[in-house]
Design a protein around this ligand. Structure first.
Ligand SMILES: [Zn+2]
Length: 196
């Protein structure tokens, strides 16, 4: 079994701009959760290509005390509902709830599942019988690329060719197998690789 692992924020749903902090971050309410265009279609495509589609996401909001369990669950439900409306679904969802500086004691940890650590992918592989060398990790951050590489998958960075992360990629010497602007383009890349 092979899988496409997807980061959530910035890949499945748009990031939310918080003007007070001047930052882009995860949605903290279901209302703020918006699927990006083409995501459901791309997930259907991955399934058609024989991949399991598995979410692998750092979600430290509860640990940091800025997100309630209820809101987290409500966001998950909305995500699944919105995908289902367009005939798409996820085969698994894996979240790291930890943060090294967490306010919530039980979630304060230097864990092995917070990306760039590969724990989420390794756990999913074990649970679902995934061959990581035939799998892909797709995310919009270098932490996603690192987690994929550490787990032994190929990696696709979501972004533009002239990207803000390119300098960082050079500095940290972390290179994805490809850069794609969205999940549909990533699917095209995977198809091309399989045809080789
Ligand atoms: Zn963790």
């Amino acid at each position: 079994m092979k899988a496409v692992f997807l980061d959530r924020d910035g890949v499945i749903n748009s990031l939310v701009y918080y003007p007070e902090q001047g930052v882009l971050d995860s949605p903290f309410t279901p209302e703020q959760f918006r699927l990006l265009p083409g995501v459901a279609q791309a997930i259907r495509k991955y399934h058609k290509m024989g991949y399991k589609v598995i979410l692998a996401s750092n979600q430290p909001g509860i640990a940091k005390g800025i997100l309630s369990e209820e809101a987290f669950e409500a966001i998950r439900r909305k995500m699944k509902r919105e995908l289902a409306k367009e005939g798409a679904f996820l085969d698994g969802e894996y979240y790291c709830p930890h943060h090294p500086e967490a306010k919530v004691k039980r979630l304060k940890a230097n864990c092995g599942c917070r990306k760039p650590e590969p724990g989420l992918l390794l756990q999913a592989a074990k649970d679902m019988g995934i061959e990581l060398s035939r799998s892909w990790m797709i995310g919009d951050g270098l932490t996603d690329v690192k987690a994929g590489k550490r787990a032994g998958t190929r990696t696709i960075l979501m972004g533009r060719k002239k990207c803000e992360l390119c300098q960082l990629m050079d500095e940290e010497d972390v290179r994805p197998d490809a850069i794609a602007p969205d999940l549909l383009a990533a699917a095209q890349h995977i198809l091309k690789q399989e045809a080789k």
